[in-house]
Design a protein. Structure first.
Length: 505
């Protein structure tokens, strides 16, 4: 309580002081206060004691060289300023053993998206020293049970790796039921606080630092690039946006917003080519599709119902050539084919639907009369294998035993998207980070057959970032043959390693 003593008489001021002194020295209140403090300390201690850390040693052969490493599995507690636990964030950190100067050793923080996904996909699918085996092209499921094996395409030889499960995913949990971590800014701040703590506790402030975010992880990485820099003074060396997005307008069409149709078209062209519905050189077709999408197609959509019938028919004919769908179907849907309908229609005559995460995957249709696919066969290929392998690796390989379920995909909804009537777009945050840190580099990795976050979306965001022209040379774009998790395709995994090594070195 703060009292206004400006107009108080000496008597009343003394009385007020006496009352405060009386209350502050009351034995009952003092005892109660001490008990509350003891209970809080006991709670904090209990949380800390239950968050053990497990260390293991291992080795993996990468690029013909044996790499010895230490893997630390733990839950790090992020706290309020008074020491009260806020949340425990589960993480797995791999550090190379034969490093004399940590200031010269890069560290990369990796996370997946969702929101609501654990980091299992990047951890055991691409970057870590252990990997979930897949078919050679990643389009066919292997017989269960699936067990991890050594990953010769890991980047542990060039950077230490920290895989982060945001709050409520994996084994990460809130320690304060009143605090909401399920939101755009809440998520960025909590992951940022974790990175700060990990860097501090592991004495890595002098190390080159990188972020790698997949899918919604791109939204998070863009936000973190500014959060870490502005809040903690942590300037990054690089940000990797893997199959990412930063602007939700590129995914979700609405009345008056046709941007997503433009963003998706080149990916549809690549998918149609893969399934033999359009002929020619894929790269040339995709390039021409990009030009058409941002040119004549964008102009036609901008005109709306002012477009003449002749113009409509001409645009439909060109869309048919780029998508493999009939012009009549395209006209039926007003020149606007969303990705879900495309997945159902492209191979409808064969009774097959194609994948969302990877449109190379094509399985039998579930509901023939429906306009939507009902399921994603490419996710079916991956989920069971990664779930089984991760749970086996946690207990067997990492030595981490937990009674709680490991949430591969957690329910974090409703998600707080922030400002009302404002579509999420974190590209401006990345632009601020690049403006204030002219040495910050960005690697954008795009999968041709990704119908979850199509390359056209992130490329649109990159093209519209307001950054000084000299900083544009710090942005690199790399392409891969497969889809969202293109690293499940072995040739793409090898190329991904080469690209990341070049980027980090």
């Amino acid at each position: 309580m703060i009292m206004n003593t400006k107009n108080c008489s000496p008597r009343s001021y003394a009385l007020a002081g006496g009352l405060c002194l009386a209350f502050s020295t009351s034995p009952l209140l003092c005892a109660e206060s001490e008990n509350n403090e003891k209970n809080q300390r006991a709670t904090n201690k209990s949380v800390e004691e239950n968050l053990q850390s497990v260390e293991k040693k291992g080795s993996v052969t990468i690029d013909g060289k044996k790499i010895d490493y230490k893997v630390t599995t733990s839950r790090l507690v992020i706290k309020k300023d008074d020491g009260t636990p806020r949340a425990s964030i589960f993480n797995v950190a791999y550090t190379r053993e034969d490093i004399d100067d940590l200031n010269q050793r890069p560290v990369l923080f990796a996370f997946n998206g969702g929101p609501g996904s654990s980091a299992v996909w990047l951890h055991l699918g691409a970057l870590g020293p252990k990997i979930v085996p897949t078919s050679s092209d990643g389009t066919k499921p292997l017989a269960p049970p699936i067990r991890v094996r050594d990953n010769p395409q890991s980047i542990l030889d060039v950077a230490d790796l920290v895989f982060i499960d945001p709050v409520s995913t994996g084994y990460s949990r809130t320690e304060n039921k009143k605090e909401n971590f399920h939101g755009l800014d809440q998520d960025i701040k909590s992951v940022g606080d974790f990175i700060r703590r990990w860097v501090t506790e592991n004495k890595r402030w002098g190390s080159p630092k990188y972020l790698l975010g997949e899918s919604y992880g791109g939204v998070r990485a863009a936000g973190l690039s500014m959060e870490l820099q502005n809040r903690y003074g942590m300037s990054l060396n690089g940000v990797v946006l893997l199959s990412s997005l930063m602007d939700f307008r590129t995914l979700r069409p609405s009345i008056g917003n046709d941007l997503s149709y433009i963003a998706y078209l080149p990916a549809m062209t690549a998918v149609a080519h893969y399934h033999g519905k359009v002929k020619g050189d894929r790269n040339t077709l995709v390039k021409n599709s990009q030009k058409f999408a941002s040119g004549a197609y964008a102009t036609a959509l901008l005109k709306g119902y002012a477009l003449s019938q002749l113009e409509r028919e001409n645009i439909a004919k060109q869309l048919s050539a780029f998508t493999g769908l009939s012009a009549s179907l395209i006209l039926q849907y007003d020149l606007r084919i969303n990705s879900s309908r495309f997945r159902k229609e492209l191979l409808r005559d064969q009774g097959i639907v194609i994948g969302r995460f990877d449109a190379r995957v094509a399985w039998p249709v579930q509901e023939k009369a429906s306009d939507t696919p009902y399921y994603d066969p490419s996710f079916s290929v991956a989920k069971g294998a990664f779930s089984t392998a991760m749970l086996g690796y946690l207990g067997g390989g990492l030595g981490w035993v937990d009674e709680k379920p490991y949430e591969i995909i957690a329910n974090v909804h409703p998600w707080d998207w922030g400002k009302k009537n404002d579509i999420v777009n974190t590209s401006s945050r990345l632009a601020v980070a690049m403006r204030d840190n002219p040495h910050l580099r960005v690697l954008v990795q795009c999968g041709h057959t990704d119908l979850a976050t199509p390359p056209g979306g992130i490329l649109h965001s990159i093209d519209h970032m307001k950054i000084p022209q000299p900083q544009r040379k710090n942005i690199t774009i790399k392409w891969y043959d497969a889809g969202h998790m293109f690293y499940l395709n072995e040739p793409d995994l090898k190329k991904m390693r080469r690209d990341l090594v070049e980027f980090i070195d």
